[in-house]
Every structure is written in C-alpha cells, then in structure tokens.
Design a protein around this ligand. Sequence first.
Ligand code: 5RP
Length: 233
Amino acid sequence: MSDIKETLEKAKKLASYKAVDDNVRAGMKVGIGSGSTIKYAVDRIKELGIPLTCVPTSFQSTQLIIAAGLELSDLSRTPELDVTIDGADEVDAQLNLIKGGGACQLQEKIVAASSKKLIIVADFSKDSSQFGDNWKKGIPIEVVPMAYVPVMIKLERSFGLKPVLRMAVNKAGPVVTDNANFVIDAQFTSIDNPADLATKIKMIPGVVETGLFINMAEKAYFGQKDGTVKERS
Ligand code: 5RP
C-alpha cells in the first residue's frame, strides 16, 4: 500500500472507531452507511460485541452487516433509528455534505432521514471550508434512466452545471444504482446556496435524489494524519 493510501486508511479507521465509541450503545437501532470508511465502523461494532439492530444503505452495506454477523433489518421492520453512521465525499464548514461517490445517496438519505442523528466518519481529505475545495467530481444526482438526457440539459441550462453521466469502470455502460437508476455527476465551480440548489435540482422531473445533504449531519469525525480525530458539530 502506498504511503498516502496507508495514511488515509488509518485516518478512516481512527474516525470510525471514535464515532462508534461515542455514539453507539447496546440495543440501538443503527443505520449503516456505504463506502470504504464505514467498513471500519462495522469492524468496531463487531469488536464491541454489543447487541444492535442494523439497517443498511446499499447492497454493499448489507454485505458488510451480514459478514460481521450483526442483526440485519430494514426500514419496513425498523422505521425509526437511533443513529446512522455514514461516510461523505465532502463536508463543509456548516456540516453540509456531498455524498454519492459510491452511487448510494438515495438510500443513504432515506436511512439518515429516518434516524435521530446522522454521524459522519471521514479522513482529513473530506474536510473543507466550502464545497468544491476537495471534491472535484460534482454533485452525484440519481436519475430515472429514460430521463437522463433532458435532466442533463436542464442542469446545464438552468444552473450552469457541467453534467457527466457516470460510466462503469470498464466503460461498457452507465453505472446502475441499487435502485436501477443512473447517476449524473454535475460538476460546478462554486455553490453559493447549497440548500436552494438541492431543492431546485430535486424539482427537475426525472431526478430521484441528489447527493447534497443539507442540515442533516449532527457531527463529523475526521481522522487526522497525526493520529488524532478532529470533531465538528
Ligand atoms: C456512497 C457515499 C460514501 O459514503 C462516500 O462516497 C464516501 O465514501 P468513502 O468512505 O469510500 O470515501 O456517499 O454513496
């Protein structure tokens, strides 16, 4: 593993372990986010050996919960959660988030909205003063497949965004979400009012959800290079 990759992995683990220790208790109903950082949170929950009910936010997160031997539920059986722990692609100074780097933002947002609190775990590279400082790929927007072209045109014409259809790694076709939709990454130069932009994008017919999580997170834990954890609430 390269030095930077190793430093980032250590930072993800630090943040995740502290977030679980501070926020997860026996008997809780816990939303489990998606991505590479959340794996460490699940590792810590498993290590603690406390009884919990877990609700996943994606296929990947379902597999993590099963592999860890934790109790798996869903929002039909467990519609109200104590806490959700999740990663993020960028966290701004007001704890607004860009999420969806793994194309899971729809279920992540539904699970977070069903939780008393949303706790974010991340390495230091996700910590920014304003959107765009770190995350260059754009706002992930989940769209109904038949609407992707008109949605891209509207994103460009109405908001000056530069939309790109997210393609599979092998470029054989578009990324397809767990909900059988496509993802558009809408690149931006700056976002003055994230709440307003999120609302307007959501109103475009064909848009299912955006990766802008505004006023949802209660606290973020950022693992640092020096082995400490920076907290923002
Ligand atoms: C998936 C997400 C992830 O939480 C986000 O992309 C962060 O992932 P990672 O922990 O791998 O950096 O929103 O849709």
